[in-house]
Design a protein around this ligand. Structure first.
Ligand code: IPE
Ligand code: IPE
Ligand code: MG
Length: 258
């Protein structure tokens, strides 16, 4: 939903708590290189972070977690690295099933899923099916995902509906457009985290992050674990969200507290 929602306050964190967290899991290659290892070891180690952050978010009551796992642009990488990432994905989708079930997590993918190799796609569909009735956190994996591709795909489907007469051009507004995106039912991210210190969004959820709070962690993804997540949540708890409006009691930057 684009309109402001009531925020959940967590006294232990000192303020509001994000219902939906999106993460750009970056820096696997640099993590490995810094340790004299090949890039693929960084991807492998990153799986440990995916497991720890997913479990921790589910335990803390986050409603949705969206992880940027592979972008449409990532297909440009060397064939060997792409092949390794696809194998890792396939393995992850099988190995993580007990963890997802134990933590009541529902898995769903967003992106140009049909681009995935057949074996990975089959494992994905099986894991989605297996976890479909879990009622805890929704884990969305962004796979072969690009925000511009998502908007292009949405416009294609919209144009088809206009041609078929099921929707009129005059009906298009923010919420109509949302219905054509990959997942129209999950509210926008409250918090967008990027690891490894990069200050860009790299074609991730461009439409949905209009009012998300941004947080950049200096750690590479394989070293982004529970303490780093808590630091992000504590930072978020101090944010004041205004959605273009005004908050009467908002602190004035630089003004000393009484
Ligand atoms: C993120 O780590 C994982 C994917 C994009 C698949 P990178 O592979 O981008 O690692 P760096 O940014 O090159 O260090
Ligand atoms: C973004 O990271 C994509 C994922 C984390 C899956 P990249 O490493 O691909 O982004 P750039 O190339 O640094 O912008
Ligand atoms: Mg990167």
């Amino acid at each position: 939903m684009s309109r402001p929602r009531l925020q959940i306050v967590r006294p232990e964190l000192g303020g509001p708590f994000p219902e939906h967290i999106a993460i750009i899991m970056d820096g696997n290659g640099r993590w490995a290189k810094g340790r004299g290892m090949m890039r693929v070891f960084g991807h492998k180690e990153g799986i440990g972070s995916v497991r720890e952050i997913t479990t921790e978010c589910a335990r803390m009551g986050v409603k949705s977690l969206t992880l940027y796992a592979f972008s449409v642009e990532n297909w440009k990488r060397p064939r060997q690295e792409v092949g390794y990432l696809m194998e890792l994905l396939e393995q992850f989708l099988v190995d993580e099933r007990p963890t997802l079930m134990d933590n009541d997590v529902r898995l769903r993918a967003i992106g140009r899923i049909d681009d995935l190799p057949e074996a990975a796609l089959a494992r994905l569909r099986e894991t989605e099916r297996l976890t479909a009735n879990n009622e805890g956190m929704l884990l969305r994996l962004a796979l072969s995902y690009g925000a511009r591709a998502e908007i292009a795909d949405a416009l294609k489907r919209f144009a088809r509906d206009v041609a078929a007469g099921t929707v009129r051009e005059s009906e298009i507004d923010d919420e109509t457009l949302r219905r054509y995106l990959y997942d129209s039912t999950t509210p926008d991210p409250d918090l967008l985290i990027r690891t490894s210190g990069e200050l860009r969004v790299s074609n991730f959820l461009l439409w949905q992050i209009s009012y998300s709070e941004l947080y950049v962690a200096k750690e590479c993804w394989p070293e982004f674990r529970r303490p780093q997540l808590l630091a992000a949540l504590e930072d978020y708890a101090r944010r004041v969200r205004k959605f273009g409006g005004l908050v009467v009691d908002a602190p004035v930057p630089g003004e000393a507290k009484a």
